[in-house]
Design a protein around this ligand. Structure first.
Ligand SMILES: [Zn+2]
Length: 277
């Protein structure tokens, strides 16, 4: 998962202008906010989605897979759109000042008879409440393993993307919640501790111990996949017997292709190792 400080002034201005432009006079001469829903603000979606993909450096907010600005990338509401009562917002506020200061229920705007100050913004369209995630399909052909947005639904998960230093990836490839190390439930909800994802991260960890650059790892012209994984990753392991299974898994070109989409973890683990040593 990635941390987002949510300070993109262009995105904030875009949402502000959108709301202001829809403070409209009614037939009876009064004013109200009209057409300020999610489907309206994201039209055209390519423009709206680009705010999130750019600020996330083209990484899924949950699993850190590469994402691009097309329909394979989904926009996710941290406080779900189905929540409408302030009481449902409290657990999110308790974990994140960004949400507490910038996001209120949509209904407050939609029912207002006065023009309102911003922030806060209505939660269906608040930039601070939206993140971009992959579509959750690890393998194109597989319907049965999904992660990220698709798995979570409306269940409460702490807003990790807005909580600095709240999670960590361990060298074994698992993800942990630093404030509550034993609690893996939230990652079960997001399906982020599935074997394939753990193995992908473990292999990136082993590569991070090598001297190879990202380009040398991704380049397939210089050596076979088996050689590369063996010499530059598994050879760095302290537990070679257990890690040997990675060779069989990732020398399959289809799985290697998925592995490459998680290159985020090379720098992650190199930084991790430098802070631990
Ligand atoms: Zn993802």
């Amino acid at each position: 998962m990635i941390y987002l400080d949510k300070t993109n002034q262009d995105a904030i201005a875009f949402v502000t202008n959108f709301i202001d432009a829809n403070w409209l006079e009614q037939n009876d001469g009064t004013y109200k906010y009209q057409n300020i829903g999610y489907s309206q603000i994201k039209n055209p979606v390519i423009k709206f989605r680009s705010f999130f993909i750019t600020e996330q450096n083209n990484k899924c907010c949950y699993c850190c897979r590469n994402i691009v600005n097309d329909n394979s990338t989904e926009l996710e509401h941290i406080i779900p759109r189905t929540k409408s009562m302030l009481v449902d917002f409290i657990p999110y506020y308790q974990h994140s000042n960004i949400l507490n200061q910038n996001v209120i229920p949509q209904i407050v705007f939609e029912s207002s008879t006065n023009e309102l100050n911003k922030p806060p913004f209505p939660h269906h369209i608040a930039y601070h409440n939206i993140v971009a995630s992959c579509n959750g399909r690890i393998f194109e052909s597989s319907e049965d393993f999904t992660c990220c947005n698709r798995e979570r639904g409306d269940e409460f998960v702490p807003p990790f993307n807005l909580m600095q230093n709240s999670i960590q990836y361990l060298p074994d490839g698992t993800i942990v919640y630093i404030l509550d190390l034993q609690n893996r439930n939230y990652f079960e909800i997001l399906n982020l501790n599935k074997d394939i994802l753990i193995n992908i991260r473990r292999l990136w960890y082993l590569f991070s111990l090598s001297n190879l650059s990202i380009h040398q790892i991704l380049d397939e012209s210089t050596s076979t996949l088996e050689e590369k994984i063996n010499i530059h990753a598994i050879a760095n392991s302290q537990t070679i017997v257990e890690d040997f299974k990675l060779l069989e898994t990732f020398s399959n070109p289809n799985i290697w292709k998925v592995f490459k989409e998680y290159s985020y973890f090379l720098d992650y683990y190199r930084n991790y190792s430098s802070t631990k040593s």
